[in-house]
Design a protein around this ligand. Structure first.
Ligand SMILES: C[S@@+](CC[C@H](N)C(=O)[O-])C[C@H]1O[C@@H](n2cnc3c(N)ncnc32)[C@H](O)[C@@H]1O
Length: 196
């Protein structure tokens, strides 16, 4: 029983949480089909202006990046994800916008974002924060790279394993205010504003 649970956890981590190898590639394709509604919802909650600068952390196969770059059509969308295979999938999905210089995708992690203070108007993440090793450190980094008054949205689908009760505390500790938890179908999303 213990072995079966450990194996399942290992497989889920390799396919979805920290996608690697063949399982990660398959996981990326699955996530592109199953998480697109959540990504569409999060991007709509951010109410992006065409010229906004937007960051997604843990973009996986890059569906959220694609939707954000359609909304911020005259702006700039950046993304950070540590998984090599996800960066490759997302770059393929967003090749035209990358070529046009409107999208930039890098390997990296939430708690060490390769951007200067106050770079972005909005930041978001879908089904990713639950696998960051230190959620508050990641949220502090998001807060740092947002402009004062910038928006953050953190969404979770039912199978992701995040807990809505564990969002307000870390967001407040990272310096965000006006935290609101929204729900749609069985997904939930925390939105908040960066104070400086
Ligand atoms: C469950 S997948 C979600 C992917 C995508 N956002 C979606 O909804 O389909 C989690 C993603 O978070 C990324 N990730 C894992 N650890 C991370 C970290 N420390 N910082 C940022 N992203 C991370 C993984 O590489 C993976 O692409």
């Amino acid at each position: 029983m213990v072995i079966r649970v450990a194996l399942t956890d290992w497989l889920l981590d390799r396919a979805f949480g920290n996608p690697r190898g063949i399982l990660g590639n398959v996981g990326g394709r699955v996530m592109a089909r199953t998480n697109d509604d959540a990504a569409r919802w999060v991007v709509s909650l951010l109410d992006l202006a065409p010229t906004d600068r937007v960051l997604e952390v843990g973009f996986g196969p890059g569906v959220g990046i694609e939707l954000a770059s359609a909304a911020a059509s005259e702006g700039f969308v950046a993304g950070v994800d540590p998984a090599k295979g996800m960066v490759e999938q997302a770059r393929r999905r967003n090749a035209t916008a990358i070529e046009a210089g409107r999208v930039e995708l890098r390997r990296g992690v939430a708690d060490d974002l390769p951007y200067a203070d106050g770079t972005f108007d909005a930041a978001f993440s879908v089904n990713s924060m639950q696998v960051w090793p230190d959620a508050v450190a990641g949220l502090r980094e998001l807060h740092r790279v947002l402009k004062p008054g910038g928006s953050v949205a953190l969404a979770f689908t039912p199978h992701a394993g995040g807990s809505r009760d564990e969002l307000p505390g870390p967001l407040a500790r990272a310096g965000f205010e006006r935290v609101r938890i929204r729900e749609q179908d069985e997904a939930f999303c925390a939105t908040a504003t960066a104070t400086k």
